[in-house]
Design a protein around this ligand. Structure first.
Ligand SMILES: *Cc1c(COP(=O)(O)O)cnc(C)c1O
Length: 386
């Protein structure tokens, strides 16, 4: 039996997989069982931000792996403490809770906002405002937060206490805050799964001002946009705001599962002993990998992310068969004349792996993808789109 047919028989059919079995990777190049090579423009959905087989990352992870693999949160370990310190020092946030995924980071963010508001404004203040077309995860609560109805179907009842307002519509946000008891405002600065759509700077600043004025915790979901993806350590840094809560995951671990909920001054002491927890959260091996990732995302490195971004935008904008290019940094959405699925399949045949997001082709290459491979991949995408 082939691996494909074993997988199809025994793995839950939640994913529409491409007919490719990957076996190894080096840098931004992946190899399948037939030895065919692909330039990776998806990095495992924005996870392997330093590509595959990165020496520095592997060293950090294997050193820790050999020393101590897991402890539970009953004890202190160095990687967990140092990663939390690094994240706080680089963002101005005050406390970090570690989980294992984006959805878990958002679950924590929602719990923090609800507890803060319940203590300050009463237990009937629990509603979280999120945006139409947002994506916040697959657990029943983060699904409720997700403003896309097709994800909700047949999973009712979801966690109550979520309302969705139109993105970039300041009056709608003002109205909901004026008429309902609101415990939190949660948004992605660039809607990823929603089609790589950046919010306007005006809207993000207005949301932050409303949140501050009404003493409502502002949650920025940086699961996809975070960790250098948009050209700054976190995307909110380009919008001139200071969130109260930041959730992140995907690229944080560089390939290992880790999520983090960062809490600012307003909410830093909301969670006390017993309020939240995770058996694996803060795992020393994952934290050792993440610490390397965050330390390497310095100004010089982020400047290169920006340069690569400008190259991709300048190449694709106005190219035949391409209607528009959206996004920030190396989080890029392409509206193609041909259906996105068709473009992605054709790119795969030509040795380039791309993603989709709604009706867009989505690119999330490794942040350190060599220029030569980026040029090759962009040339293939342009050719396929014609
Ligand atoms: C991917 C994603 C999530 C969910 O992350 P998981 O690790 O799959 O749970 C949440 N929010 C955003 C913005 C995402 O892109």
């Amino acid at each position: 039996m082939s691996i494909t047919s074993i997988d199809q028989e025994y793995v839950a059919r939640t994913y529409g997989r491409f007919p490719v079995e990957l076996v190894s990777g080096q840098g931004s190049v992946l190899k399948d069982t037939a030895g065919k090579e692909y330039i990776d423009m998806g990095s495992g959905i924005g996870v392997t931000c330093f590509g595959f087989g990165d020496d520095v990352w592997i060293q950090a992870v294997t050193d820790q792996l050999k020393m101590l693999q897991h402890t539970s949160n009953l004890y202190y370990t160095e990687p967990c403490a140092l990663l939390a310190k690094e994240l706080c020092q680089r963002t101005g946030m005050k406390k970090v809770f570690f989980g294992n995924s984006g959805a878990e980071a958002n679950e924590c963010a929602i719990k923090v906002a609800r507890k803060y508001s319940a203590e300050k404004k009463g237990e009937d203040c629990y509603t979280i405002v999120t945006l139409v077309n947002s994506f916040h995860g697959r657990t029943l609560t983060t699904l409720a937060a997700t403003g896309q109805e097709h994800f909700h179907k047949l999973f009712q009842p979801l966690t109550p206490g979520f309302v969705h307002v139109e993105a970039n519509h300041i009056e709608q946000l003002q109205e909901v805050v004026a008429t309902e008891k609101i415990a939190g405002i949660m948004l992605e600065c660039v809607q990823g799964e929603g089609g790589v759509l950046p919010l306007t700077r005006e809207y993000v600043k207005a949301a932050a001002a409303i949140a501050k004025e009404k003493d409502i915790p502002l949650i920025i979901d940086e699961v996809q946009t975070g960790n250098g993806r948009t050209g700054t350590l976190y995307a909110y840094m380009q919008f001139g705001i200071e969130p109260d809560i930041v959730s992140t995951a995907k690229g944080l671990g560089g390939g290992l599962p880790i999520g983090a909920c960062l809490m600012g001054q307003k909410v830093e002491n909301v969670l006390g002993a017993g309020d939240h927890g995770s058996t694996y959260g803060g795992n020393p091996v994952c934290c050792a990998g993440a610490l390397q990732v965050i330390r390497r995302l310095d100004e010089e490195f982020l400047r290169q992310v920006d340069e690569k971004s400008q190259y991709v935008f300048s190449q694709l904008q106005g190219s035949e068969g391409i209607e528009s290019v959206t996004g920030m940094g190396l989080m890029i959405g392409i509206k193609t004349v041909k259906p996105a699925k068709e473009v992605v399949t054709a790119c795969m045949e030509q040795g380039v792996l791309c993603l989709t997001a709604k009706d867009k082709v989505r690119l999330l290459p490794a942040l350190n993808i060599p220029m030569e491979q980026l040029e090759k991949a962009v040339a293939v995408i342009k050719k396929v789109c014609k």
